[in-house]
Structures are given as structure tokens and as C-alpha cells.
Unconditional design. Structure first.
Length: 159
């Protein structure tokens, strides 16, 4: 995605028309259009004003990772009904085959019991509902993984 399209998406997400954005920035609607079609680029002062208007940091406005943005948007658009239809282990196993292989080797019961105890601690200690406790535990696991990657320099599957 090019910068212009990113500016367009940011404006739309804020629910502004080109006219409204132009008026707020003190430029013409045609200027907004030219920025969004990559005919011209806003200067740094205009970019700062755009970022403020669109409730983004300057980095978020100008530096973006299309893959990350597409994933974030896909998550936002996914309904709970669709989420229930997805076999996440199967989907992720395409990238990480261990997600299917371990099920033939690992006795899951002792791990499940320990995880269940941790979930109950989160629920009783913080008043979380089931889903919130699961999400917190998932996030804790992700943070542990990230920290281990930093310490060991490992990051690939199987390391």
C-alpha cells in the first residue's frame, strides 16, 4: 500500500470527508485528493497536522507495515460467528506443523490441569471472566516467549 492509500484509509477511519479534512487543515479538497492519490506529498508540518487530525502518531501516519495493518484489519472485521468456524490449530499448523504433531505425542492432561489452575487464579484473583483469563494467560505466554527470544537469540520453530 502506498502513502496516499494509507492517508485515505486513516481519513475514512475517522469518518471525515475530504472537504472536512481540508477545512480542518486549512488546505483545499484537491490538496487532500492529491495526497491520497500520491500526486503530491504533504510536507512535515502538514503531516503533523494530519496525524493529529486522524488521531495517529506521525510514525503511524507515515511509516506502516502493510502486512501488519492487513492482519489487524482482518481481525477487526472477523465476526464472533466466523471465529467459531475457524479451526485455529489447523490454520496455524500450515505454518507450524508441531501444532498437529504434538497431539500424537504429548499427554495433554497434566499441562491442561496446570493451565486450568492458572486460569482459576486469574479469575479469582482479578475477577476476570473465562475469556479474559484465557486472553491474559495467552498474552503472558507471548511475553515469556518474546523475552526468551531476546535472551537466547532463538526465534525459529524448533529451537
Amino acid at each position: 500500500m502506498c502513502l496516499g492509500n494509507h492517508l485515505f484509509q486513516a481519513r475514512k477511519k475517522c469518518g471525515l470527508s475530504q472537504e472536512e479534512a481540508a477545512e480542518a487543515l486549512g488546505v483545499s479538497r484537491q490538496t487532500i485528493s492529491k495526497w491520497e492519490t500520491d500526486e503530491t506529498l504533504p510536507d512535515i508540518c502538514q503531516s503533523q497536522k494530519l496525524a493529529a487530525l486522524y488521531h495517529l502518531s506521525l510514525d503511524e501516519l507515515t511509516v506502516f507495515d502493510i502486512d501488519v495493518k492487513e492482519i489487524e484489519q482482518a481481525i477487526e472485521r472477523t465476526s464472533p460467528e466466523t471465529e467459531k468456524k475457524v479451526d485455529w490449530s489447523q490454520a496455524w499448523a500450515k505454518k507450524y506443523p508441531i501444532l498437529l504433531e504434538y497431539q500424537k505425542e504429548v499427554d495433554v492432561k497434566p499441562y491442561a490441569a496446570q493451565l486450568e489452575a492458572m486460569l482459576e487464579q486469574l479469575k479469582s484473583g482479578y475477577g476476570y471472566q473465562d475469556l479474559d483469563a484465557f486472553l491474559v494467560l495467552k498474552d503472558i505466554l507471548a511475553k515469556v516467549w518474546t523475552e526468551r527470544e531476546k535472551q537466547t537469540g532463538a526465534g525459529g520453530a524448533g529451537e
